[in-house]
Design a protein around this ligand. Sequence first.
Ligand code: HEC
Ligand code: HEC
Ligand code: HEC
Ligand code: HEC
Ligand code: HEC
Ligand code: HEC
Ligand code: HEC
Ligand code: HEC
Ligand code: HEC
Length: 316
Amino acid sequence: MRNGTKLLMLAVMALACTACLMASGANAASLGPTDSGAQAAQVMFPVSNQPNPTAAGMKPVVFNHLIHEKAVEDCTTCHHTGDPQSCTTCHTVEGSGNGNFVTLERAMHATNIAKRAENTPQSCVSCHEQQFARRECAGCHSIVKAERGNDWCAVCHNVSPTPKQMQDGCAGKMSAEENLKLAEATIAAHQPAQPISPMSGPLKLRIGALADKYQPNLFTHRRHVASLWDAIKDDKLAQAFHSKPETLCAACHHRSPLSATPPKCGSCHSTTLDPANPQRPTLKAAYHLQCMGCHEGMKVERPRKTDCATCHKPAQ
Ligand code: HEC
Ligand code: HEC
Ligand code: HEC
Ligand code: HEC
Ligand code: HEC
Ligand code: HEC
Ligand code: HEC
Ligand code: HEC
Ligand code: HEC
C-alpha cells in the first residue's frame, strides 16, 4: 500500500472513531465500567457526625471516578492513606479524629497543603490548580487570575436531590444503585458549553493606538484564538470550568462583561499612569505584559520578548 493511501485510510478510520465517540457522548447517561471497581460516578454528600448537622446550603457534588482514574495514574494520589475508601470515613463536615480533624471542606478545597515526607494529600482544587502548569493551559492561566465565584462553585456543586435523597445521602443511607442513577442523571443534565467560534473575532487586527517609535502591530487574532482553543478542546476539566461560551475570550478581554464585541484595552488602560488607579498598567505595559506573559507561560519560541521588530517594525 502506498503511503498516501495508508494515511487516507487512517484519517477515515479516525473520523469514523470521532463519529462513534460523538454518538456515545450524545446519550452519556450510562458510563462504562471502571477498572478500579469503584462506582463509575458517585454523588458525594456532606456527611456529618451530628444527627442534625448545620447545612452549609451547598448542593452535593458529582465525582466522575471513571474519567479521573483514567487521567490520574496513581490511586494513592487521591486515596492518600493507601486504602481506597470513602473520604467521609475520615473527613466529615465537622472533622473527626481518624482524619486528624481535617474537615470535609478543607479536604476538598485546600490549596495550601504543606508538603509531607511521602504522599502529600491532594484536594480536588489543589490538583486542578496543578493542571495549569501543562503547556496548553499555562499561557492563559499565567495572565488570568480566576475569580472563583458562585459560577465556579456550581460546576462541582450541581446535584439537585429531593429532600429525602439529601437526608439519606447525608446519613450514608442511600443505596449504591440510587446514588449511581442520581449521578448519571446529573451528568446528563450538565453537558459542557460549546465555546464561541474563533471566527467570531477579527481575522487580523492593526493595533496602533500608540504607534510612534514603531509601526502598528499586526495581530493575528484568529490564529491566536484558534490555536489556543484547539490545544484544549478534548480536556474535560477545561470544558467543565470554561462554563460560558465566551469564557475563553476573557483570558485577554478581562474585567468586562463576557461579550463577542469586547471593549478595546485603551478604554480602561490609559497612555499615562492613572493617579486614581496607580496599580493599573499603562496601555503600553498592558499590551506588553499580556503578550509576553502568555508567550513566556507557553514557552513560545518566536517572538521572544527582545525580538522587538517581529511585533512592530521601527517607524520610518
Ligand atoms: C472542584 C470541585 C469543587 C468546587 C469548585 C467547590 N467545591 Fe465545595 N465541595 C466539593 C466536594 C467534593 C465536597 C464534599 C461533598 C459535599 O459536601 O457535597 C465539597 C464540600 C463543600 C462544603 C462542606 C459541605 C457542606 O455542605 O457543608 C462546603 C461548605 C463547600 N463545599 C463550599 C464550596 C463553595 C462556597 C465553593 C465555591 C466558592 C465550592 N465549595 C467549590 C467540591 C468542590
Ligand atoms: C482523582 C482522585 C481519585 C483517583 C485517582 C482514584 N480515586 Fe477512588 N475515589 C475517589 C473519590 C473522591 C471517591 C469517592 C469517595 C467518597 O465517596 O467520599 C473514590 C471512591 C473509590 C472507591 C469506593 C469507596 C467506597 O467505599 O465508597 C473505590 C473502591 C476506589 N475509589 C478505588 C480506587 C482505585 C482502585 C483507584 C486507582 C485505580 C482510584 N480509586 C483512583 C478519588 C479518586
Ligand atoms: C483513613 C482515613 C482517611 C481517609 C479515608 C482519607 N483521609 Fe485525608 N487525611 C487523613 C488524615 C489523618 C489527615 C491528616 C494527616 C496529614 O496531614 O498527613 C488527612 C489529610 C488530608 C488532606 C490535607 C489537608 C491539610 O490541611 O493539609 C487532604 C487534602 C485530604 N486528607 C484529602 C482526602 C481525600 C480527597 C480523601 C478521599 C479520596 C481522603 N483524604 C481520605 C485521613 C484520611
Ligand atoms: C490528582 C488530580 C485530581 C484530583 C485530586 C481531582 N481531579 Fe477532577 N480532574 C482532574 C483531571 C486531570 C481532569 C480532566 C480529565 C480529562 O480530561 O479526562 C479532571 C476533571 C474534573 C471535572 C470535569 C469533568 C467532569 O467530571 O465533569 C470535574 C467536575 C472534576 N474534575 C471534579 C473533581 C472533584 C469533585 C474532585 C474531588 C472529589 C476532583 N475533581 C479531584 C484531576 C483531578
Ligand atoms: C484561551 C485561554 C485559556 C486556556 C488556553 C485555558 N483556560 Fe482555563 N480559564 C480561562 C479563563 C478566562 C477562565 C475564567 C477565569 C475567571 O473565572 O475569572 C478559566 C478558568 C478555568 C478554571 C476555573 C478556575 C480555577 O482557577 O479553578 C479551570 C479549572 C480551568 N480554567 C482549567 C483549564 C485547563 C485544565 C486548561 C488546559 C487544558 C485551561 N483551563 C486552559 C482561560 C483559559
Ligand atoms: C509580542 C509582541 C511584542 C514584542 C516582542 C514587543 N512589543 Fe512593543 N508593543 C506591542 C504592542 C501590541 C504594542 C501596541 C502597539 C500600538 O498601539 O501602536 C507595543 C507598543 C510599543 C511601544 C509604544 C508604541 C510606539 O511606537 O512608540 C513601544 C515604545 C514598544 N512597544 C517598545 C518595544 C520594545 C523596545 C520591544 C523589544 C525590547 C518591544 N516593544 C517588543 C507588542 C510587542
Ligand atoms: C490572545 C488574546 C485574545 C483572545 C483569546 C481574544 N482576543 Fe479579541 N482582541 C485581542 C486584542 C489584543 C485585541 C485588540 C484590542 C485593542 O485594540 O485594544 C482584540 C480585539 C478584538 C475585537 C475588536 C475590538 C475593536 O473594535 O477593536 C473583537 C471584536 C474581539 N477581539 C473579539 C474577541 C472574541 C469574540 C474572542 C473570543 C472568541 C476574543 N476576541 C479572544 C486579544 C484577544
Ligand atoms: C473594562 C476595563 C478593562 C479593559 C477593557 C481591559 N482591562 Fe486590563 N485591567 C483592568 C483592571 C481593572 C486591571 C487590574 C488593575 C486595577 O485594579 O486597576 C487590569 C489589569 C491588567 C493587567 C495587569 C495584570 C492583571 O491582570 O491584573 C494587564 C497586563 C492588562 N490589564 C492588560 C489588558 C489588555 C491587553 C487589554 C485588552 C485586550 C485589557 N487589559 C483590557 C481593566 C481593563
Ligand atoms: C493567551 C496566550 C497568548 C497571548 C495573550 C498572546 N499570544 Fe502571541 N502567540 C501565542 C502562541 C501559543 C503562539 C505560537 C504560535 C501559534 O501556535 O499560533 C504565539 C505566536 C505569536 C507570534 C508569531 C506567530 C504569528 O502569528 O505571527 C506573534 C507575532 C505574536 N504571537 C504576537 C502577539 C502579540 C502582539 C500579542 C499581544 C497583543 C500576543 N501575541 C499575545 C499565544 C499568545
